[in-house]
Design a protein around this ligand. Sequence first.
Ligand code: SIN
Length: 566
Amino acid sequence: MNTESHFTALESEAHPRWDTDVLIIGSGAAGLRAALAASENADVTLITKTTLKESNTLYAQGGIAVAMNIDDTVELHVQDTCSAGCGLCDIDAVETMVAEGIPRVTELLDWGANFDWEGTLPRFTQEAAHSRRRIVHKGDATGRETTDVLIQRVLNTERIRTISNAFAIDMLTDSTAQSGNNSITCYGITAIVENQLVNIYAKATILATGGLGRLYPCTSNPEVATGDGFAAAWRAGCEMIDMEFVQFHPTTLYLDGAPSFLISEAVRGEGGRLINIRGERFMEKYHEKEELAPRDIVSRAIQNEMLLTDFPCVYLDITHKSAEFIQERFPTISNTTTHYGLDISIDLIPVRPGAHFMMGGVRTNTATETNLNGLFACGEVACTGVHGANRLASNSLLECLVFGVRAGENAAMYATSQESTLPPKIQIPRCDYIHLNDVNSEIFKDTVLAAKDVIRDTLWENVGIERDEEGLEFALTDLAEIATEMGLNPSTSMPTTSMNGQSTDIHLNETVNMLNVAWMITRASLIRTESRGGHYRADFPDQDDVSWNRRVIMKIGNEPEFVGLT
Ligand code: SIN
């Protein structure tokens, strides 16, 4: 499509200016599906941090949970989702996701998704905490298949323009946002494109930036998942909700020289067993469902066994299955482990837990609206409440498809009701600026890279699978010290610090984002003095339904506030 018809550069502004009807930030399943939906009624620009393919979706192995099997119902899927969510799911959002998931998956199949079949039905597999076999999949590469199908359609859609290597820094909001008025409007974003700052103005903006697993040293997430969307939304004045609920997947590969890589829960679904370094099976000590217990329980059990045996991992044993079965069912895992010298049809797989999924995020309703006019959010960065305190396996791609469509349709409708993208007086989010004299020096760049590791280590130690008050307070102090070392403002303003306009260095912007998001997760974890789902407080080990059947909402400029569940 012709660039000129889509964008206008205004030389009078500090940065080049581009315009579009609907701007989508992120190219995972949610962003791609939103783009397709929005393009039915509007011109769409989709920007993505690196390549169009790279996102958490690409690495999703398990599949898509959908109530399409002959013995399954929407009610059962809703029930399983809510029971995994430990009392904090928003029932309307869950019902929407499960019911609309059926047409969304059917449509994906119609578009050519080559999922595994058995006779006239998709081959449904089992995963933990599902009462039925309801996971449609393509071997262990469901995310890749889904991505390929959606990208193909996006590239064939004339009204969608895609821009790779575009790093979204901050939302463009109007001036009323800065003067304490509650009504904030989003007019797009400032981004780094080809090493230059660009203002991309949009009548409607959809945030679909994915997750934040890379805030932790062990994770199933790719390098791009540094939580940038959460940070930008927070700085722009979005309400953030459930930020204490990070899901740790029990089994990521732990092998010298190999990247931290997901070993799908489907391996346990197919009978894989966990054993410790002493060769003992241990899950029966922790839960009646053993290896198929909820993820938080399996993760804590593994962590405990690692502690008891003073060994940095446990093992997953799938050797009872034939080499042919493994190659057909788990080609991605099998090819990756073979690459590192491990034949999983005869060798045990060394595994340990890693950060996997963020249940919390930008608060949205089922129409994907945020508290900012013109800003919609979908996928992992958003929180409609579908996951509550813990996500059920394979509900994430389902969420992306369902709420991606809703975001695209609603954003396009909003955009067509707006006359222009020109705001009254644009402002970037409030920034507590800093003395950044040497941002381009080698020493400063080294400091920034080191800071990322320190953030990861402090979160893993203190805001990980188990937390307590002492560790959480320690983490807050640590984060403030990291900020000071980087020349950022001292502790009180650290959570709101933004780099907007000061540097086009991606690492620096990522590090600031990581600091913002790490602060939110830590602060929310400190507030919730109970254990529930993905949030386990060793000093408050029980679920407290009397005081805590409610959710933590945080917004910039306020002390974190609470609301009850409706
Ligand atoms: C997995 O394959 O274990 C991950 C699936 C999910 O997180 O839903």
